[in-house]
Design a protein around this ligand. Structure first.
Ligand code: GDP
Ligand code: IMO
Ligand code: MG
Length: 440
């Protein structure tokens, strides 16, 4: 079973970093396949906290090769800063590989992300302003610059001339901004290229050889299913495909190279930025979740919007990703509630929806249908054995497992690497037992 994908099934920040890190202990390669430094993955090891944006989580294990795949958009300045910061903390980054086909986030992408958001006003997406959308737009428009262009100054300058001409017109004429200076970008980026050169590799071939040799490869999703460009809550999404299938183009592998798909979800739900969120809690409960769960973004520091577990969205995500199992994180945070709500359906104009509505108006305007479950008050942050979890916590996990019809294999009860409760067979028998997907 060498290929494993780990994906977020909500709107991001589910704790993918922690879970990927934990599972990377048995893994040879950890591959980022989409997104860029809009991601913020937090890992806490022995009280040390690491916030990774571009470097794959596997960097923390010396036996693991971290790979930035062709589907990622790379801001080389951020990547080098992140590598330097890790080196300063004694982490060796010389194993990191970067695909030459990955696209570059350029200074005008950052500028355009900012001015576009400003122009959108109240319709803004609430992006991370890291230039991600504009970089992917240029990739699709075929005027993007790629990591390998950094190795050939003449080609880099030629491609930059073509792209910058249009961008500067746009920045100056549409947005009234000062044009960017070509010479300065060339100097800056070619210097990054010199530093990154030893890291640039044909990562697809390296992964093919690894998979052929039966080595473990983990595909680390950033962002999440509900932020997927094609399947999320468009237009309030990111500009890539975080779903497990995105690992194929994004890493350069085929669907049969992925044997397990692990979905990561909080035991409740959060979202950063604009867009619909049917199970968003009322302000009092949301504040409790923000406080108990320290719900502030790893990348932008923004307060996250908080709400209850949305089983309809989770079922949709289970199908889109063909999840083989589920990890529920931040179960410890729910200890502050005597009762916990779970969204089990949506209601719109008298009609009930148990599956994800295809029409955006329904999702934007629907009311959540809640089921209320009993809470527990015990501090569960030191529990590592399922038998030591309070009965109500086990019942809660079992209900979510049943609603999503996917076995819950782990529950996370704290940010630390070791704060994990394992359920080798799932919490209880999945109700429908009808997914038809093979058990592992
Ligand atoms: P990612 O983007 O999916 O990797 O998630 P983030 O790192 O952005 O956000 C998750 C936050 O929750 C981080 O601060 C983690 O340290 C923290 N975290 C992860 N799992 C748990 C857990 O089980 N309990 C608590 N209390 N915090 C957790
Ligand atoms: P991780 O990997 C949460 C959100 C932004 C915004 C939308 C588009 O840490 O889970 P973008 O900058 O991508 O164009 O912004 O997507 N967003 C995230 N929200 N976690 C993330 O990453 C996110 N990356 C982007 O807040 O709503
Ligand atoms: Mg995050």
């Amino acid at each position: 079973m060498p290929g494993v994908a780990l994906v977020g099934i909500q709107w991001g920040d589910e704790g993918k970093g922690k879970v990927t890190d934990l599972l990377a202990s048995d893994t040879d390669f950890v591959v980022r396949y989409q997104g860029g430094n809009n991601a913020g993955h937090t890992i806490v090891v022995g009280g040390e906290r690491y916030a990774l944006h571009l470097v794959p989580t596997g960097i923390l294990y010396p036996h693991c090769t971290p790979v930035i795949g062709p589907g990622v958009v790379v801001n080389p300045q951020v990547l080098l800063e992140e590598m330097d910061a890790l080196e300063q903390r004694g982490i060796d980054t010389t194993r990191l590989l970067v695909s030459g086909n990955a696209h570059l986030v350029m200074p005008y992408h950052l500028e355009l992300d900012k001015v576009t958001e400003r122009r959108l006003g109240k319709n803004r997406l609430g992006t991370t302003k890291r230039g991600i959308g504009p970089a992917y737009a240029d990739k699709a428009a075929r005027i993007g610059l790629r990591v390998q262009d950094l190795l050939d100054p003449d080609i880099f300058k030629e491609k930059l001339t073509v792209a910058l001409k249009e961008k500067n017109l746009m920045l100056a004429r549409v947005y009234g901004r000062l044009p960017l200076e070509q010479a300065r970008i060339e100097e800056e980026y070619l210097a990054y290229g010199e530093r990154l050169a030893p890291r640039i590799a044909d990562t697809s071939t390296i992964l093919h050889d690894a998979l052929d040799a039966g080595r473990m490869v983990m595909f680390e999703g950033a962002q999440a299913t509900m932020l997927d460009l094609d399947h999320g809550t468009y237009p309030f999404v990111t500009s890539s495909n975080p779903i497990a299938g995105g690992a194929c183009p994004g890493a350069g592998v085929g669907p049969r190279d992925i044997d397990r798909v692990i979905g990561i979800s909080k035991a409740y739900c959060t979202r950063v930025g604009s867009g619909p969120f049917p199970s968003e809690a009322d302000p009092a409960d949301a504040d409790l979740l923000v406080e108990a769960g320290h719900e502030y973004g790893t990348t932008t520091g923004r307060k996250r919007r908080c709400g209850w577990f949305d089983a309809v969205a989770a079922r949709y995500a289970a199908r889109l990703n063909t999840l083989t199992e589920l990890v529920l994180t931040k179960l410890d945070v729910l200890s502050v509630f005597s009762e916990i709500k779970v969204c089990v359906g949506y209601e719109f104009e008298g009609e009930r929806y148990d599956t994800f509505p295809p029409n955006q108006t329904v999702f934007n305007k629907c009311r959540p249908v809640y089921e209320t479950l009993e809470g527990w008050s015990e501090d569960i942050t030191r529990v590592t054995d399922a038998a030591d979890l309070p009965g109500a916590a086990l019942a809660y996990l079992a209900r979510l497992e049943q609603l999503v019809d996917t076995p819950v294999r782990w529950a996370s009860v704290g940010a630390g690497r070791e704060q994990m409760v394992r359920f080798p067979e799932g919490v209880g028998a999945p109700a429908g037992a009808g997914s038809g997907r093979p058990a592992l």
